[in-house]
Design a protein around this ligand. Structure first.
Ligand SMILES: *Cc1c(COP(=O)(O)O)cnc(C)c1O
Length: 219
């Protein structure tokens, strides 16, 4: 599979302000190394155990992004090294990340995951929960985490207008959140099927898996 060619082609098509997270979940370390050798240094995984095994085995200048739903009891395994957690969707989880970051003498960057899709199966906060959280004094007291921005996933559909509208909603929430927290700088939206629309709608970080590494086999 032409991982290197896929990666270079996608990379060259991205505007300078857009960061590429190469989503390598389920893929063997050899595939990640092919992307690494082509210059990629940011990888996204959705299972803490799998990510930790890859972190242990692969070069230490890789930044690891957790893009999946996070169970609180597993935060401790990634706290020593994770560089960005995309899927934070509760204050309880944020508190646990803060606690584990402190144990490791670190400050861990987080994104708040917003629920923008029609599907109820997708995780995330609604706008009311987002602003309640950002205004919460307890949240401001967490010294070992930094909220860097927002993340969201559009509905899985062929309807481009719907995807665009959902990304626009997320962008609007991001702009509002930025008024409260001016240091926000990351808007993580867009995957293989919809990253071009996401970039048109203001994404600063795209999470691309199958267009780089090929389809995933979950069997
Ligand atoms: C798997 C996954 C991706 C990448 O999906 P592709 O369609 O393979 O690009 C992006 N974001 C999240 C949260 C994912 O779980």
């Amino acid at each position: 599979m032409p991982i290197k060619e896929n990666l270079v082609q996608i990379k060259n098509s991205l505007p300078n302000h857009v960061t590429l997270v190469a989503v390598s979940k389920t893929k063997p370390k050899e595939d990640l190394m092919e992307a690494y050798d082509a210059g990629q240094r940011i990888f996204g995984e959705n299972k803490i155990q799998e990510m930790t095994e890859k972190w242990e085995a692969l070069p230490k200048d890789i930044s690891w992004h957790m893009i999946g739903h996070v169970q609180r009891n597993k935060v401790k395994y990634m706290a020593p090294y994770v560089s960005l957690i995309h899927g934070v969707d509760s204050f309880k989880l944020l508190k646990e990340i803060d606690k584990q970051a402190k144990k490791n003498n670190r400050n861990i960057a987080c994104l708040l995951q917003m629920h923008i899709a029609e599907e109820s199966t997708k995780f995330g906060l609604d706008s009311e929960e987002l602003f309640a959280m950002l205004n919460n004094a307890n949240f401001k007291a967490l010294d070992n985490i930094t909220i860097k921005g927002l993340m969201g996933m559009a509905t899985f559909t062929d309807d481009e207008a719907q995807i665009r509208k959902e990304f626009q909603n997320l962008r609007q929430l991001y702009n509002k959140a930025k008024e409260l927290v001016p240091s926000l700088e990351v808007l993580s939206m867009g995957m293989s099927g919809d990253y071009k629309i996401a970039i048109e709608e203001g994404s600063t970080m795209v999470r691309i898996g199958s267009s780089i590494f090929g389809a995933r086999n979950y069997s």
